[in-house]
Design a protein around this ligand. Structure first.
Ligand code: DGT
Ligand code: CA
Ligand code: CA
Ligand code: ZN
Length: 575
């Protein structure tokens, strides 16, 4: 799959264009960023789209115009992009890695290159070691410290990939295997199937009579960079996105046993095997066998679980966190599903930092079957995100009201994503908030307060009585930024008292709250909303990652407010 590769190149082009002095590139920079955003969150293979619908099909994607579509075509057809190659000669810098380091944007990366010759993370590390950065104008010791921390975070995250990158890639592989007509089954296993937020490697399972041709096909797929090991039952390749993928060929009669085994996780499997042994049986990736070695189950996962005396459970629960005991007691929760979600409370438009208009966002959500969306643009403290003050919000809300009257097939709620300021006060006045149907509150600045101060700050915000939903609560960015330091027990207690909904932000690099914190919040009897935090029309499709996280936290439909109808939701937020 080319999606991530092309998105990365576009981001880099945008970064390099920013540096292109003398010419006003603002428009072009924006075009490449928007296109990158779309492709990055696109759930289908862009190669397929192009092969099927050509350059016209590409241009129908949100945020993709004539020149970006042509660049995609050029890349698919030739494996290169002339514009990129040309810029790369001017700026031989690894922007992709360097800009991932917290606190470094394209401009500061360029300065480090100009003044210290830093081209990549290794150079940067060396410069930090020699304290060269703190000597630069405008950097200082604090930024050198921050950069050192950023490098450590960057390095520790290496190797595990976001589910949002791995899952579409795995799906594309499975689709190509199935479309070949050579396999009976091709399915995803491992952590990808369990919807874990990051994935170490992708695991694919196939059943086929034609192991050799399938293996040949697999090693030649478009997303494969090189073969690491290959044999009749297991082949490992390195994918262009930067992780490996195992494909295992298994027999039909063991398919269920193999799928169960290779879905894991390991602790869950170990526990199952112990139960099998206690019952005088043996469980492995080939099947469940009785004392004499006769197979009693193996074809399907369900029969394995049932023969072990328990209900089969969804992959997202298989983490050995108590699910096996529940399954034995026939008390598994009925987990929330993607189809249960009827609305979305976290949606940005071009009134703040979204890429699309209110009309476009509503249209896109309607197309995906959502029956309502809440518009939650940024408040003024978010200057880089074009946040609005009370006055601008008044105009903005007027506009939503006019739109509410004329739009059909979808309901629009008036909201905002309001910054929780340093002292815990909210970034908008009560009068303007009174006009809204609901509010999201979140933290975007002053992230490194002490645990005590941060806890107090958030509880103070909750006690204003103006917060409906706590958005992306812990503020982590996976592989880039740790969670804020906060006493979640105290905050959840306050949220319960103040009737505040916990968000599960579905953006693949946020997924916040995560499974563990959902577990904790559930114990306080809190409700949740699974939102996409959409900044462009293509982001609505990312909802499934939020649902995956909710299921990993064992949430049922009843726990999630945006499974309610529009009328119920309006009533819910009123109180
Ligand atoms: P990852 O790749 O680190 O994100 O996580 P997984 O869960 O995909 O782990 P992986 O790819 O190493 O192995 C796939 C599954 O195979 C794993 O979830 C459970 C099973 N498995 C692997 N090693 C063992 C083992 O030593 N014992 C048992 N019982 N199962 C194992
Ligand atoms: Ca794996
Ligand atoms: Ca594996
Ligand atoms: Zn936010």
């Amino acid at each position: 799959m080319y999606n991530q590769k092309i998105a990365a190149i576009f981001y880099e082009i945008a970064n390099m264009l920013v540096l292109d002095k003398g010419v006003d590139r603002k428009f072009e920079v924006l075009a490449y960023r928007k296109a990158a955003q779309t492709i990055e969150s696109l759930q289908e293979d862009i190669f397929d789209l192009y092969k099927k619908y050509g350059i016209k099909g590409l241009m129908e994607l949100p945020g993709i115009g004539k020149s970006t579509a042509a660049a995609i075509e050029e890349y698919i057809e030739t494996g290169k992009m002339a514009k990129y190659e040309k810029l790369k000669k001017l700026y031989p810098i690894d922007f992709l890695s360097l800009t991932k380091i917290q606190g470094l944007g394209a401009k500061s990366v360029f300065r480090l290159y100009q003044e210290l010759g830093i081209k990549n993370v290794a150079d940067l590390k060396e410069a930090v070691g020699k304290h060269k950065i703190s000597q630069l104008d405008g950097f200082g010791e604090k930024s050198e410290d921050d950069i050192a921390k950023g490098i450590a975070q960057f390095e520790s995250s290496k190797g595990r990939m976001l589910l949002g990158t791995a899952l579409p890639e795995a799906e594309a592989i499975v689709k190509q295997l199935r479309d070949s007509g050579l396999v009976e089954n091709a399915v995803i296993g491992g952590s990808t199937r369990r919807m874990k937020e990051t994935v170490g490697d992708i695991d694919i399972l196939v059943t086929t009579e034609k192991s050799k041709p399938v293996t040949d096909l697999f090693t030649r797929l478009s997303g494969v960079e090189r073969i690491i090991a290959t044999g009749p039952t297991k082949t490992t390749v390195l994918l262009g996105i930067g992780i490996t993928c195992d494909m295992r060929v298994v027999e039909s009669k063991s398919f269920g046993a193999a799928l169960q085994y290779f879905t894991g996780n390991k602790d869950h499997n170990v526990r199952l095997r112990e139960i099998a042994i206690k019952n005088g049986c043996k469980l492995n990736e080939y099947g469940l066998f009785d004392k004499r070695g006769k197979s009693i189950a193996g074809k399907t996962e369900e029969e394995i679980y049932e023969k072990l005396g328990m209900d089969p459970m969804p992959p997202e629960m298989r983490e050995n966190r108590g699910e096996i005991d529940l399954a034995i007691a026939h008390k598994l929760p009925d987990l929330v599903e993607l189809e249960d979600i009827r609305g979305d409370f976290h949606v940005h438009t071009d009134h703040s930092d979204g890429a699309n208009t209110l009309e476009e966002m509503a249209e896109a959500a309607k197309k995906l079957g959502r029956s309502y969306i809440g518009i939650s643009d940024h408040s003024k403290n978010e200057r880089i995100a074009n946040g609005m003050d009370d006055k601008k919000f008044a105009v903005h809300l007027d506009q939503i009201e006019r739109f509410q009257e004329k739009v059909s097939g979808i309901k629009i709620l008036k909201g905002a994503e309001i910054d929780i300021l340093k002292d815990g006060s909210l970034d908008l006045g009560n009068k303007i908030m009174d006009r809204m149907d609901y509010t999201l509150a979140s933290i975007h600045t002053n992230l490194s307060m002490s645990r005590e101060e941060m806890t107090k700050r958030i509880i103070t915000a909750f006690e204003t009585g103006y917060v409906s939903v706590w958005a992306h609560p812990t503020d982590r960015i996976i592989n880039e930024r740790p969670s804020i330091n906060v006493d979640l027990d105290k905050v959840f207690e306050s949220a319960k008292e103040n009737n505040i909904v916990m968000e599960i932000d579905a953006l693949p690099d946020r997924l916040d709250l995560n499974d563990e914190n959902i577990f904790k919040a559930r114990k306080y009897g809190l409700k949740f909303s699974i939102d996409t935090d959409s900044h462009s029309t293509s982001n609505f499709e990312l909802l499934r990652y939020g649902v995956g996280m909710a299921r990993r936290g064992w949430l049922t439909k009843n726990d999630v407010v945006n499974t309610m109808s529009y009328d119920q939701v309006m009533k819910y937020f009123k109180k």
